[in-house]
Design a protein around this ligand. Structure first.
Ligand code: HXC
Length: 262
């Protein structure tokens, strides 16, 4: 495993088998997401997205917390003018444009902004001890980074409203039952399971992976007919890649393909 040469304030970043691993690293406050952490995280995601050595990204915390939400210390004294001036969600919006798959490996608390961050990832592997929730209502506010929008699209109106209005966390099992997470594994196996999945994806042709991700997000944003046309154009585009030629040739020659990302 290569530790990526660069100084991080709130993250630990490694690269192994074309998979980058980002660990949120403010354990003393359960990885509360302060402004500096989110800036650093998004800058890092964008840098890894441009790095040809990286094909998939795993985002994780520690056994106690993925992230217990936005840093309440930073918000406690802030008024509306200050919050508007900070414009802190602009940086969150940039996560949407990361082209490589991001897998969240979630143990412990994923609350508020922590749950929103997990939902901003493409896939979620949960450890048995994971707890997902949107407790903002208990603080007199509401989610601001997708809690009402992504959660509703993922689990439907009734379940989203119950989670949002009560502020009560749900277990990993419940999160799996309602379709919020891909699978639940023993807590100690969570990161390994996410890495296993990431390595499988990292073996696939990168341009096909990228366009599949793009087309699925398009499905959430557009009509069926427009989405179908978008999909078709992505499909045609892949016929310009060397990896398409290699993939089909390898099939016909009954051997494993070797994809180059071209
Ligand atoms: C700042 C936090 C924090 C947070 C925990 N800590 N969550 N600090 N912001 N969101 C700090 C605690 O103050 C404490 O610091 C240390 O982490 C350990 O937490 P404890 O509360 O002592 O642990 P525990 O009793 O195990 O309770 C865990 C917990 C609780 C249930 C997760 O910490 C909690 O309810 N946290 C807040 C969760 C929340 O409301 N999140 C939503 C935030 S609003 P000290 O110094 O005392 O040891 C939000 C808006 C999103 O996310 C907007 C988009 C970004």
């Amino acid at each position: 495993m290569r530790v990526m040469e660069r100084a991080y304030q709130h993250l630990l970043v490694d690269l192994s088998d074309r998979v980058a691993i980002i660990r949120l690293n403010r354990p003393e406050v359960l990885n509360a997401l302060n402004l500096a952490l989110v800036d650093e995280l998004v800058d890092t995601l964008e840098r890894l997205d441009r790095d040809d050595a990286v094909r998939c990204i795993v985002l994780t915390g520690n056994e106690r917390a993925f992230a217990a939400g936005a840093d309440i210390m930073e918000m406690a004294e802030a008024g509306v003018v200050e919050m508007k001036r900070r414009n802190q969600f602009r940086v969150w919006d940039r996560i949407r444009w990361i082209t490589k798959p991001i897998i969240a490996a979630v143990n412990g608390y994923a609350l508020g902004g922590g749950c929103e961050l997990a939902m901003a990832c493409d896939l979620i592997i949960a450890g048995e001890n994971a707890r997902f929730g949107q407790p903002e209502v208990n603080l007199g506010v509401m989610p601001g980074a997708g809690g009402t929008q992504r959660l509703t699209r993922l689990v439907g109106k009734a379940r989203a409203l119950e989670i949002l209005l009560t502020g009560d966390p749900i277990t990993a099992e419940e999160a799996y039952r309602i379709g919020l997470v891909n699978r639940v594994v023993p807590t100690e196996a969570c990161l390994d399971e996410a890495l296993r999945l990431a390595r499988r994806i990292a073996e696939k042709p990168p341009m096909a992976v990228r366009l599949i991700k793009e087309a699925v997000y398009k499905a959430l944003d557009t009509t069926l007919q427009d989405g179908m046309e978008y999909e078709r154009n992505c499909f045609y585009l892949l016929f310009a890649t060397e990896d398409k030629a290699e993939g089909m040739r390898a099939f016909l020659e009954k051997r494993r393909p070797s994809f180059k990302g071209r």
